[in-house]
Design a protein around this ligand. Structure first.
Ligand SMILES: Nc1ncnc2c1ncn2[C@@H]1O[C@H](COP(=O)(O)OP(=O)(O)OP(=O)(O)O)[C@@H](O)[C@H]1O
Length: 596
């Protein structure tokens, strides 16, 4: 599958995004080709000037055209620069638009993807992939493609020029060019043909591990581990260094031969010129020698440009391959004939769900229901499937078997906007934008009036937070040292949810980061938020869920126990054990505080 995708041509794919600017790219490349031909003209002028000068040497005044040839060389050089500049203007304009179209297409696609796709570090990774690869494509179309066109056209014209003055010296120059090209293609074929792809994978792996390493520095310090505890990072560096080392070694001979060829035309030209000069017409031979001595390094430069440009072509293949991988992610299907839920009940009917790329189900034949206005709490050991169950309600993912119903309608049959309006989700980690607290709260209801936002903040017990902020509710968080504690951020998130006023509330670990004072206030905010609503709540602090209508104990993706707190305690099962642990911990804490 991967191989098939690799065969697609990244350059033509990226041009597919150019739209009406494709013609501008073609114009830019044509101008670049013309510039490349103009760049050859000064060499001919130099040949003409050298021929005239040597014919009359030392009486240079007898060669009246010398100055004309000099000026012609200057004008051709100036024309070369100007036309090349115009070419780059065209390709830059087109490349900028093309990269913009690529980014727009990707972003339009990304917003259609399941919300679960953005959990964890995915969102940062997607932004990086889109940005970097669109940037690479832009660079290819703006710089490398016109250079490649010039570099391809120049040798073709050069071959004609090479044979025009002296076919023997021309043939010798051509021979070195051909040998250089052959060694270049040999170097880039075989195992090395896939080098760039492997190299990119290694770099990706290494930077991923580097991020993990930096994230883990506090753990390393706290537990006094050595950096070698980050084996994965170390292995990624070694594997990268191994690949780069092997590649360098495999190119050693080829690169030496390539450089010798593109710089070594002299080694052939000098003896050839001496032999020919001995046979007669030394002046003519000298003129031609000067021309070829100047022209041969220029040809070498062109071949070098071809080499770098073909590297860029491979980079573009790789960039488009990565962008296509994102485009291949399937959006959640939208219902063709959406249905309206009748009420705000939530029901799981025999739900089985596996995360993409995994085989063990995170939820295995799970059934339960939350009647409209009721509260169900999910508890259980870590990894039991609580967050997964909660995230299936707003369709972060679609179930593989069974169904999740809201108001008697399968969530897959409810229009996206309708579903989002019906469910408010308070996440485990609260995400606040670098905006004012006012804007942060208003994200859940962009049309809300200022009074409504202030009322929601008040209901979520945020008054003390707003009082200590320099600009009250208009303070921008995340800048100028304005940061909120975990518990404070959660109260802002609750204000958001209160403002949304959705009939179904999903709370995931909402008191996880709170200190006792914050927890008390969060509890009060909960009461305001959940009054009269259908609530599915995940909490590790069992005190918060004592009054739930039903408690489900989820373990390894299955419902292990269910009932009210009293029923579960009476069963003396898993929940009763958890409750006993929790009570012991609470008593220990109270005892410790009393002793202080
Ligand atoms: N994005 C994901 N991709 C693959 N597997 C996942 C993903 N998220 C969770 N899982 C797996 O699904 C299972 C259930 O995880 P889930 O987060 O729902 O458990 P949880 O009960 O909420 O745990 P915790 O109390 O620690 O938050 C676990 O085995 C977990 O490793």
């Amino acid at each position: 599958m991967e191989k098939k995708e690799k065969k697609q041509n990244g350059l033509s794919q990226s041009l597919g995004y150019a739209g009406s600017h494709k013609s501008l790219t073609i114009l830019g490349c044509t101008l670049s080709a013309i510039a490349a031909v103009l760049g050859l003209a000064p060499y001919i002028c130099v040949w003409l000037a050298a021929r005239d000068a040597l014919e009359v040497f030392p009486n240079l005044s007898a060669a009246p055209d010398l100055a004309r040839y000099g000026w012609m060389a200057v004008w051709f050089s100036v024309a070369n620069v100007l036309v090349y500049f115009a070419a780059l203007m065209c390709t830059h304009l087109a490349a900028f638009r093309t990269a913009r179209n690529i980014r727009n297409t990707l972003m339009r696609h990304v917003v259609q993807l399941p919300l679960g796709y953005f959990m964890g570090s995915q969102s940062g990774l997607i932004r990086k992939q889109v940005d970097e690869n669109a940037g690479l494509t832009e660079d290819m179309l703006a710089h490398k493609l016109p250079d490649l066109t010039g570099a391809i056209v120049t040798p073709i014209v050069s071959v004609a020029v090479l044979f025009f003055y002296d076919w023997v010296m021309g043939l010798l120059c051509l021979l070195t060019m051909v040998l250089a090209l052959v060694s270049m293609f040999v170097m880039m074929s075989g195992d090395n043909a896939t080098f760039f792809h492997r190299y990119q994978l290694e770099v990706e792996k290494m930077s991923g591990e580097a991020v993990e390493y930096v994230r883990g520095i506090p753990v390393v310090k706290v537990f006094q581990q050595t950096v070698y505890s980050f084996k994965a990072f170390y292995n990624a560096i070694m594997s990268y260094s191994d690949l780069a080392g092997k590649y360098s070694m495999s190119c050693q001979k080829g690169q030496t031969f390539f450089l010798t060829c593109i710089n070594g035309a002299f080694a052939l030209l000098v003896p050839a010129a001496l032999l020919m000069a001995n046979r007669g017409d030394p002046v003519g031979v000298l003129v031609n020698f000067i021309f070829y001595a100047l022209f041969a390094p220029a040809c070498g430069g062109m071949i070098n440009r071809i080499m770098y440009a073909s590297d860029a072509v491979r980079q573009t293949d790789e960039a488009m391959f990565k962008l296509n991988r994102i485009l291949e992610e399937k959006p959640l299907p939208e219902p063709t004939a959406p249905k309206k839920p009748q009420g705000a009940s939530v029901e799981f009917q025999n739900v089985t769900f596996c995360y993409p790329g995994t085989e063990n189900p995170a939820l295995d034949h799970v059934s339960f229901s939350v009647p409209e206005g009721g509260t169900v709490a999910l508890v259980g050991p870590s990894g039991g499937g609580k967050t997964t169950a909660a995230s299936l309600i707003p369709r972060f993912w679609d179930v593989q078997k069974g169904s999740v119903l809201i108001g008697g309608v399968d969530v897959r049959e409810i229009a996206k906007e309708e579903l989002m309006q019906r469910v408010a989700f308070v996440f485990q980690d609260t995400k606040l934008f670098k905006k004012s607290l006012y804007e942060n709260i208003r994200t859940s209801c962009p049309d809300a009036a200022r009074e409504q936002v202030l009322a929601a903040a008040h209901a979520a017990q945020c008054d003390d937070i707003l009082e200590k902020m320099p600009d009250g509710i208009d303070t921008v968080v995340g800048t100028k040292g304005v940061y909120l504690s975990g518990g404070e951020a959660q109260r802002i998130a609750l204000a958001r949810a209160i403002l949304k006023d959705a009939p179904i509330i999903v709370l995931d670990e909402a008191t996880a980061f709170a200190d006792p004072e914050n927890e008390y206030q969060i509890q009060k905010a909960f009461e305001k938020l959940t009054r009269g609503k259908t609530v599915l709540m995940i909490a590790h602090r069992l005190s918060t869920i004592q009054n739930a209508d039903q408690i489900l104990v989820l373990n390894e993706g299955q419902v292990m126990e269910r009932g009210t707190q009293a029923e579960l305690l009476w069963q003396e099962g898993k929940y009763a054990a958890m409750w006993a642990d929790y009570s012991r911990a609470a008593q220990w804490k109270v005892g410790k505080e009393a002793a202080v």
